[in-house]
Design a protein. Sequence first.
Length: 326
Amino acid sequence: MSALALRSLRPDDLDRISEIESRIAGRPRKAFFEKRLAVATATPESFITCAALEGEKVVGYGFARLQAGEFGATRPVAVLDVIGVDPDVQRKGIGKAVLSGIEQRMEKKSIDTLGTQVAWTDHAMSGFLSSMGFNLAPSRIMERDTSPLEEKITEVSPVKMDSVWRVHGPGGDDYSRLSRDKFLVRSLREEDLSAVVRIDNKLTGRDNSSYYELKFREMLVETGIRVSLVAENSESVAGFIMARLDYGEYGKADQAAVIDTIGVHPVFKGTGVAHALLSQLLINLSNLMVDSVRTQVSWKNFDLQQFLYAKGFAPSQRLVLLKTRK
């Protein structure tokens, strides 16, 4: 092969990327790439992209989403969720060149950690990533389908309400009303930013306002379908859940939702806020014909793991990998 040239991806690369993807996976995913290219071009601070060219022809490509606080992270990371190489020129170092181009752009942004996910049965991809210095991360993917939660809720202090134990069958108006018996669960709005930042500060002790400003823009402006929610009592926002739809990240064929962040004000701990948020999210996703929902949890976050297990989540058959630049 002639020497490769590297540059950022552009919207006019769409047809070529779709062609390569169709040959790799048997489907072009053109709508997914069109949206991803548009967002990456409009918000270069949120993505790193790299195209490998032989002459004027794109032969490889990669997308990395920049994250500053998802899944409880305390520092910025880049997450590689798309990488592809023209089948006619595979095994010639193009994938390595694309990853190197992404890492060079990471260095310019002072980001030293690159993460990704891979199905544990995808031995070719996991072998490639291992050869590039990726290792198993101290976290796991947990997922479940979007069937309704079993509605068993006990209301406890500090909200000074009598105990309530209700059991309803899945679906139906009773189920929908139960999630809103005590808290109004509604779609996230722009004016909720300060309340969300305030709750996060109470929980983490850190000022993550920059992260949430980016997430609000992603959720409210860049995302076609809004699925993030907040729970209100009569006076204020009691909790929130930040979620987005995944139409093809990490090469997955199915449509899924990803929970990036969930937070409940300490005053409302144990009152069913998180349950109400997740309950309503599942109803909404099911109505949107979304198949599943997943999130990423640190091995050390036992409380969150216990909560998710109780709500029907189970470990995914996908591995989380990390590479940290020395």
